[in-house]
Structure formats: structure tokens, C-alpha cells
Ligand binder design. Structure first.
Ligand SMILES: Nc1ncnc2c1ncn2[C@@H]1O[C@H](COP(=O)(O)OP(=O)(O)OP(=O)(O)O)[C@@H](O)[C@H]1O
Length: 230
């Protein structure tokens, strides 16, 4: 069972405060991180995955301070991430992409089929990765992340490119993955996915945490509507 805590994190880019004194926790389960464009969601993911040092504050994994750890060390500790912009190896097949991730952890290439099956893209296994539909490429990123046996999964807009039925299947998969004790954190614009499948939702606006709570509490929050409607 894994927990990520962000404590008093601030990130400044010159005059811009992208993340402003944010404290939140992602426990085993599905956690949504939402907010209008520019709210600071991706920057916060960068801080948790180690791509960006915060100007202030700390990140804890199961109570241990990992703020000074590199992205590589965090990945070894069980923090996996997918990106808004796809990062698969386009010239390799879908299966080979997963094999590379497995081999980076000295795991058997034979595990690739099971992972592709789990995320629902086994039929694309032999296809070159840059020829598959965007939705399948996103699921491939998830399979690659799962190949590293993560305890924490940070997913940046994973549902874009998926149709409604695929998005629902994806939501069910997120539930399964979290039921195995993982903290799954989702930056997502698809409100049906967020409200339908997250246990807890954190709303950021202009770098600040506006509200945290179960989907029905967040949906009813006056400030959330204002932030979204401008
Ligand atoms: N490398 C950077 N240099 C300067 N400003 C940045 C940088 N990265 C992000 N910002 C600024 O920080 C703020 C937060 O950006 P961020 O990308 O984290 O928001 P977001 O919530 O992920 O938005 P979106 O939903 O559009 O992806 C924005 O004002 C953005 O312009």
C-alpha cells in the first residue's frame, strides 16, 4: 500500500507561481487532479516524479522524504509516470516497447503479452508503435509503466484518444490497479472519467488547491464551477 504526500510545495518560474503552497495526499485508490489550463497540474506531476525541484516544500513516499531524489531513483522506488505528449519508441513494435521497459528492470520479456492483454491492446502487439491509434499508444505507455512494477502511477491525460466505451474500460482498469494497493493519480480533462472513477479529487486553480474531496463534494463546490466557467 503506497501513499504520496506533497507538503507545502511551491514552484516559481520567474514571476509566475505555477504551484503555490500545495499540500495534498494520494493514498491507495484513484486520485484525480483537475483544474483549468495552466492550473499547475503538470508542474505538480513534475515535482512528484522528480523532473522539477520545488522552490519550497517536500514530497514524501510512504513517509520517506524523496524531494532530493532523482527521477531515476524515484522510478526505482516505484513511482511511474506517463506523459501528456506520448513518449513511446515509434520505430519499435508495441510489444518491443514493453520488452524494453521490462528489461530495464531485468524482468522477463515473456511478461509483455500479459501486460498488453491487461491494458487491452494485445491485438496491436506486432504493430510498429507509431502506426497505432493515439488511444492505443496511451495504453501502451501505461503497459510500459506497469512493466516497472510501480506502487505509484502518475497518469497525465491518459484518456485522450479513447472513445467512450474505451474510457469506461480504462476506468475499470484504474480501479483494478488501485485495488492492488497502488496510488493511481490522474490529471484528466474528461470529467465523466474523473467523477465516475476517482475516490478523491483535488482541484487546482492558478496554482492553489481550491478543494479536495469525493467527486460529489467537488462537483457541488461553488468555486469549482467558477474556476471552470472562468
Ligand atoms: N518551464 C516553464 N517555464 C515557465 N513557465 C512555465 C513552465 N512550465 C509551466 N509554466 C507555467 O506554469 C503554469 C502552470 O503550468 P502547468 O503546465 O503546470 O499547468 P497545467 O494545469 O498542467 O495546464 P494544462 O491543463 O494546460 O496542461 C502556467 O502558467 C505555465 O505557463
Amino acid at each position: 500500500m503506497s501513499t504520496v504526500q506533497v507538503e507545502g510545495v511551491t514552484v516559481r518560474f520567474g514571476e509566475v507561481t505555477a504551484v503555490d503552497d500545495v499540500t495534498l495526499t494520494a493514498e491507495p485508490g484513484v486520485t484525480g487532479l483537475i483544474g483549468p489550463n495552466g492550473a499547475g497540474k503538470t508542474t505538480l506531476f513534475d515535482v512528484v516524479s522528480g523532473l522539477r525541484r520545488p522552490s519550497a516544500g517536500r514530497v514524501l513516499l510512504d513517509g520517506a522524504d524523496i524531494t532530493a531524489k532523482s527521477p531515476h531513483q524515484r522510478s526505482r522506488a516505484g513511482v511511474a509516470r506517463t506523459f501528456q505528449r506520448l513518449e513511446v519508441f515509434g520505430s519499435l513494435t508495441v510489444r518491443e516497447n514493453v520488452v524494453v521497459a521490462l528489461e530495464s528492470r531485468r524482468r522477463s520479456p515473456r511478461l509483455a503479452e500479459g501486460l498488453l492483454d491487461r491494458v487491452g491492446i494485445a491485438r496491436f502487439a506486432a504493430n510498429q508503435a507509431d502506426t497505432v491509434p493515439t488511444g492505443a499508444a496511451r495504453l501502451l505507455e501505461l503497459a510500459r509503466a506497469l512493466a516497472t512494477e510501480p506502487r505509484v502511477l502518475l497518469l497525465d491525460e491518459p484518456s485522450s484518444g479513447l472513445d467512450r466505451a474505451e474510457t469506461d474500460a480504462f476506468g475499470e482498469l484504474l480501479r483494478e490497479l488501485s485495488a492492488e494497493g497502488r496510488a493511481v493519480v490522474l490529471v484528466e480533462h474528461d470529467m465523466d472519467l474523473v467523477m465516475g472513477y476517482c475516490d478523491i479529487v483535488h482541484v487546482l486553480n492558478l496554482g492553489r488547491l481550491l478543494v479536495s474531496g469525493p467527486p460529489d463534494v467537488v462537483r457541488a463546490h461553488e468555486g469549482v464551477r467558477e474556476a471552470y466557467l472562468g
